[in-house]
Structure formats: C-alpha cells, structure tokens
Ligand binder design. Structure first.
Ligand SMILES: *Cc1c(COP(=O)(O)O)cnc(C)c1O
Length: 730
C-alpha cells in the first residue's frame, strides 16, 4: 500500500506545530517529543545540550519538510503534537477540582534560580532544581502558576580543572534566540520594558517568557541599552559579583518581578518566596497599598496575608545579610517611595529592630512579612523553628510558626529515557493483555497522558512488591543496562576531560571502569558541609574494598564548588588527586562540569547514592530522591529527607538519629559508620547472588525503595501539599 504525499498545508501545520512545541519545556518530560528532536539531528541533539530549539535551527526548513514526507516520521510528529495539545487543553485537572479559587488569581512563585534542563543553565544547585520541578508539577496538576526569576545571560559557570587539579570557571554567553524562551512584547511588538529604582538610578529591564507546560516563568533581564553598563551586567551571572550586585539583583527580582506581573495584568492571590532572595517583593506590595492610602501598619498586615515563604537552609552563609550602608545606598530611593525611614526599613530585616549594629537579613524580612513559612523536611522544620525562635519572643520552639513540606522531584523529568521506555513497555503489556495495542490505546484514551498519571500514582508503585508484576530478573537486567550506560557515558566524558585524543587513547578509555562493579555515586555542590571527601578519611580501608577482586567497588564523583569557595575547590582537588595519583586510580573517577545531564546519568546508573552531610545542615537534599525510580539505593546520613524516607528496608543509613555536637567528633564517627555500613551491609547484600546469579535481597530493597519513596518524594505530592496547606486562603 502506498501512502499519499502530505499536502503543503499539512506539512506547514506540522512544521509550525514543531516550532511551537520546541518553545515549551513540556518536551523535556515527554519521551516521544525528545526522540523526535533527537532523530532530526542526533549529533546536534547531543552537542547542543538536548535543545529542541537549537536542533530546529540546525535542520533547515527544507530538510524538515522533506522528512515529513516519511509517513512514519509524520505519524510520530502528529502523535506528539496531539499529546501536547491534549495536555495543554485538559480541563479536568487536579487543581480544577481542588483549588478552583486560584483560577483567576494564580500563585506567583519567585526564585533567584530555576533549574529546568541542561539547555537553560540558570541554576546553581538544588534550590533552582527544586523551583524548576515545582513549576513542572504545577503545570501537570493544572495549578494556575506564574514564575519569576532573572535571565542570567552567562548562566552559572562551566567547570574545568587545570593541571593543578584546581577548579577553574568559564562562562559562555547564552543566545536567547537559540533557547526555549520568547521575548515578552508590548502592543507594538517591541520588547516590553519596565523599570525599578536601584541606588541612584532607574534600572530598565525586559523579560523572557519560558513556557513550562501550561504556565509561564518570566525571566527579568536588565541588559537594556537604556542602562549604564554595570546595570546591564546586573543579570550577567547567577549569584555573580559581590554583595552590592547581590542586593541589586534581589531588588530587581522582588520589586521588578511584582511590577512586571502588574504590567502583564496578573493579580496573584499568593506570592511564594522560594528562599529569602525574593523578599523585597514584600516592600513593593506594601508600596502599592500605601500608594492607595493605607498606613504602613495596615499595608504590612495586608501584604502579610498574601505572602508565604520557604526557607531552605540552616547554613548561616545561606542567609543573605546586608550592611546598613549598603541597604541605604541600594534601596534609599525605594525607601522614600515607600515613605518609611531608613531605620524603619532596617528594622524590618533585623531580629531586634532597634539593634543598630545588626545587618539586614532577607530571611528575617521574609518571615516577618509572610502569613506562613516552612522548612523543606521534617527535621529542617524543627531546626528552623529553633533557629528563628528569636523572632517570636515569648513563644516556645513548638509555637514558632514555621512548618514543613518535604521536597520532592518531578518524576517524569528526572526519569532517564531508558527507564521511561521500560515502565511504558511494562504498562503496554497490561494493555495488550486487555486486547488493545498501544497505538489504539493512545488514540482512544483521549489522552496520551494515561501512563503519566499511572507513573505518579502510589497504586502503580505498590505493584513493585509483586514479582508477578515485574520479575527480579527484569529489574536486574534494567540495573545492568543503566550501569552500562553510565560507564560508557563516563568513559566518553573522561576521554574528553583528558583531552588526549591520540590514537589508542579511545581504547584505553574504553577499558576504564568495571561495568560489573558495585558503583557508588556522589554528586552535588561542593559546599563544605556536604563533606565530599569524608569517605577517604578511611583511605586504607576503602583501598582494600576497591581492590577486592571478588567484590569490587568503584566511585564516581562530580560537583562544582562556588567560585569563591576555596575550601570546596580543595575538596575537588583532593579527590581528583586521589583518582589520578593514588592506588585508587582506576577505582575512583571525577566527572567535570556537573549539571542536570550529568546528574541524570549518575542517579540512574549508580547502584548506591552516597550522601554524607554534616547533620543537620542538609535541609532536604533532592538528588537522592531522583535515584529510586531507577533502582539505585540511598546510603545516607539521617539528615534532610532521608531521615523521614528511610524505613530500615529501602536503602541504608549511616549512623543513627542523633549526632555529636563537636564537628571533628562528628566527622570521625560518621566516616567510621560509613565504612561499617559499607562492609557489613551494602557490599555483602550487593554481592550475595543466588544460583541464578541474582542478588535477591538487593532487589528486594530496590522494590521497597520504589514502593515507599517514589510516590512520596515527588513534586506532585509536594505541590499538592503546598496548595492545600498554603495556597488556600485561611
Ligand atoms: C538534584 C540536583 C542538585 C541537588 O542535589 P542535593 O542532593 O540536594 O545536594 C544539585 N545540582 C543538580 C545539577 C541536581 O540535579
């Protein structure tokens, strides 16, 4: 049978559809959409950070039109576009039922960083990733939501390592035309320009719209010709520059963000501050009210009703503090618009408003001006109540009004393609048993999203304890495939890192790593409290483990230190040094330039995910939550989310639910406990194979992790919790 060629109109429609699709990050969590872009230009896809927009620029419109005459390709495009349309137009969402009051008045979510995808590298770490995942789930759930952040045109830095194994940073300019975002335009089709007073100047800014499924996230950009160069560079880098840059960025984010929303006609019912960076938004909300004749006290009380605040860290340096002089310099003009004195303004950011030596703390401002606040795990909620009790004189720790909502991850976004296909095939097996092909099912179900809701439901994950649903052998085969993919990914990266592309080096690098060995991963920011090199305090012991021929172990590390954090850089140097010059060479690897892509490879391919922060400084941690769906097990200090996630059967704990106050004592004890649990539990369990060569006990733990952790530690659950607890007016 021959198929009729597609008409011009059909071809044009599909091309237009693809262009639209590429500019909505929805494709970053849809497997078929990603495969379309990948097939259009496999090398382009790989080299351009898996960027749909860039791939469409790489492929000429003529090529695309020719290829759409391939009936199979055209059919795939149609299917993806139909899924996308269905997603965007779905009416019966969770939020339509559970939060109808937000329909006209969305949640405005302010965050200094958003980590959506490797394509748009404007996040420094977990805080940004969490914001990105929050936005994606808000869309999935149909929650009316608008995000506000900054467009850093040099993004977060790229990491290289020099010949002294010292981290060096380099920056590449992001080209908005090549990214999944669009300029926000005014009625004349020109960039919409707003302004905000910073120091002695009006600073002008424009905005970029990132479509995250159904919802927009607007990125403010001060790179406008009206501005002096140093203001144009205000949005150059994530947390770039000194505290002057920092406070100015934060004024732009908070005050500018509210102004942009008003200009665009938004009237949010809730302003959610994701960390203190955005807290200046409360001042703009107060200014608006005072301009309408309200008194300061009245304006503050009403502002408080609109705002909620999430605090993210018990680490002191994680809370922005600005000196009185700096606040005076940067916010003076703004102060006079607000009609409050400098002392009154300072008072809002001080624990003790009258203490003239106390700096201005963004967290204090945020807490003072929110109707509700929360930490990001149960333990962190408790720690935050203790930390901020000083703000609530006369109240006991239990009465401090800071609750908690434990963080999660956007499941579909974090699932590696291999695993999405794996679960999808597993589901279509059930459909086939019911007499339907996957294609019929797709077109009949009115929603290609059926499997998405399945994958997010606890019922689906309950099946994992049932060997007739999925066998040990299948799980083990998946684990081998994922480890193999990580090993091959790492070999390629290590080859490029080595820059030694002489003949023969390919072969040499293809022998690195052992695809059968127990593979332990550690990847996150190299903040010192995360103690990346902790395990090497047991150097001789670890060496023996690695060299055990029968039960080999290997380690993969990755992560960036903040550009000004020399101690973090020394950690990196130490680990790379061990990987190159100690007897751990060949058993320990450091992958450079950690980002979302590297993270996805590691959380899927490793067997064990190591996390050993200094308790209780890890507010939540989310990288460990990305692992369970891939069958990787957590091995962690009982801090952050793991303290409540671990149940004795679904992974491993280092130490118990307590910690010594003395830091050195804690490090010593934790490294001993880490070694103990590795040798007594992890390694024996992994290598205990039955007559068929399958580690049954290990797989039982994987099943337990899937049942207990996957449906609990995701952002579907988290955003639902925010909605019912905090986005609903009292
Ligand atoms: C998930 C993730 C993080 C957060 O990791 P933690 O475990 O919270 O430290 C940081 N960076 C990247 C790139 C991530 O994907």
């Amino acid at each position: 049978m021959t198929t009729k060629p597609l008409s011009k109109t059909e071809v044009n429609d599909l091309v237009a559809g693809l262009n639209k699709l590429a500019r909505n990050l929805w494709w970053t969590w849809n497997q078929e959409a990603q495969e379309l872009f990948q097939d259009m230009s496999p090398r382009g896809w790989q080299n351009l950070f898996h960027n749909g927009v860039a791939v469409l620029h790489e492929v000429s419109e003529y090529e695309l039109k020719v290829r759409l005459q391939d009936p199979d390709f055209a059919d795939r495009v149609r299917r993806v576009l139909a899924s996308y349309k269905q997603y965007m137009e779905e009416k019966e969402t969770w939020a339509a039922k559970n939060a109808p009051h937000l329909k006209e008045n969305p949640v405005a979510y302010f965050s200094a960083e958003f980590g959506f995808h490797e394509t748009l590298p404007i996040a420094a770490g977990g805080l940004g990733i969490l914001a990105g995942d929050h936005a994606k789930s808000a869309s999935d759930l149909g929650l009316p939501f608008v995000g506000i952040s900054l467009f850093y045109r040099e993004g977060y830095f790229q990491q290289a390592v020099n010949h002294e194994n010292w981290q060096t940073e380099y920056y590449t300019l992001l080209n908005p035309q090549n990214l999944p975002m669009e300029p926000v335009l005014d009625a004349r089709g020109q960039p919409l320009v707003c302004k905000v007073r910073i120091a002695l100047n009006e600073v002008y800014f424009q905005a970029w719209r990132v479509n995250v499924g159904r919802n927009p996230v607007f990125l403010l950009d001060s790179n406008r010709p009206e501005n002096e160069q140093h203001y144009r560079d205000l949005t150059l880098r994530v947390y770039g520059g000194d505290s002057t840059t920092r406070i100015m960025q934060e004024i732009l984010l908070g005050v500018g963000g509210v102004r942009l929303l008003r200009t665009l006609g938004y009237n949010p019912s809730v302003f959610h501050m994701n960390e203190g960076h955005a807290a200046f938004l409360t001042l703009e909300l107060m200014r608006e009210k005072m301009a309408k004749g309200k008194s300061l006290a009245d304006a503050m009380a009403r502002t408080k009703e609109e705002c909620i605040f999430t605090t993210h860290t018990p680490v002191e340096a994680g809370h922005d503090r600005f000196s009185s002089d700096l606040v005076n310099y940067a916010a003076n003009k703004f102060c006079s618009q607000l009609k409050i004195s400098h002392d009154e303004l300072m008072g809002l950011g001080r624990v003790n408003p009258k203490a003239s030596s106390e700096p201005f703390c963004m967290t204090v401002l945020a807490l003072r001006c929110s109707r509700a606040a929360n930490g990001v795990s149960e333990l962190h909620g408790q720690v935050s109540r203790e930390m901020w009790q000083c703000l609530y004189p006369g109240r006991s720790v239990e009465e401090v009004p800071i609750g908690h909502i434990t963080n999660g991850i956007h499941l579909l976004g974090w699932m590696k393609g291999t695993v999405r296909r794996f679960w999808r095939r597993r589901l279509s097996r059930d459909w086939a048993a019911a007499g339907e092909s996957e294609t019929t099912r797709f077109w009949n179900s009115q929603s290609g999203r059926e499997w998405e809701s399945a994958i997010n439901s606890p019922e689906f994950w309950k099946n994992m304890e049932d060997p007739s649903f999925i066998s040990d052998e299948e799980i083990w085969a998946l684990r081998y495939k994922l480890r193999r993919e990580l090993v091959e990914f790492s070999r390629r990266r290590l080859l490029l890192q080595g820059q030694n592309l002489s003949q023969g080096s390919f072969i040499m690098f293809d022998h690195l790593m052992n695809p059968d060995a127990l593979t332990i991963g550690f990847a996150r920011r190299f903040a010192t409290y995360k103690r990346a090199p902790l395990i090497f305090q047991q150097f001789e012991n670890i060496l023996k483990l690695c060299h055990d021929q029968k039960r080999p172990v290997q380690f993969i590390f990755a992560g960036k230190a903040h550009p000004r954090d020399d101690e973090g850089k020394r950690f990196i140097q130490h680990i790379i040094h061990l990987s190159k010059y100690s007897e751990l060479k060949g058993y320990l690897f450091f992958l450079e330039n950690y980002d979302v892509h590297v993270a996805r490879q590691m959380v899927s391919g490793c067997d064990v995910w190591l996390n050993n922060p200094r308790r209780p400084l890890e507010a939540s941690g989310t990288s460990g939550q990305k692992t369970s769906v891939h069958g990787c097990l957590n091995l962690s200090i009982l801090d952050g989310w793991w303290r409540e996630g671990y149940d004795g059967t679904n992974g491993f704990a280092i130490g118990d639910d307590s910690h010594p106050g003395n830091v050195d004592e804690q490090d010593r004890l934790d490294s001993e406990n880490l070694y103990k649990v590795l040798t007594q539990q992890v390694i024996p369990c992994f290598y205990n194979r039955d007559a068929d060569g399958v580690p049954r006990e290990w797989i039982k733990k994987i099943r337990r992790a899937m049942v207990t952790l996957v449906p609990a530690y995701n952002t579907w659950r988290m955003v639902q919790e925010y909605t019912t607890k905090y986005y609903t007016p009292r």
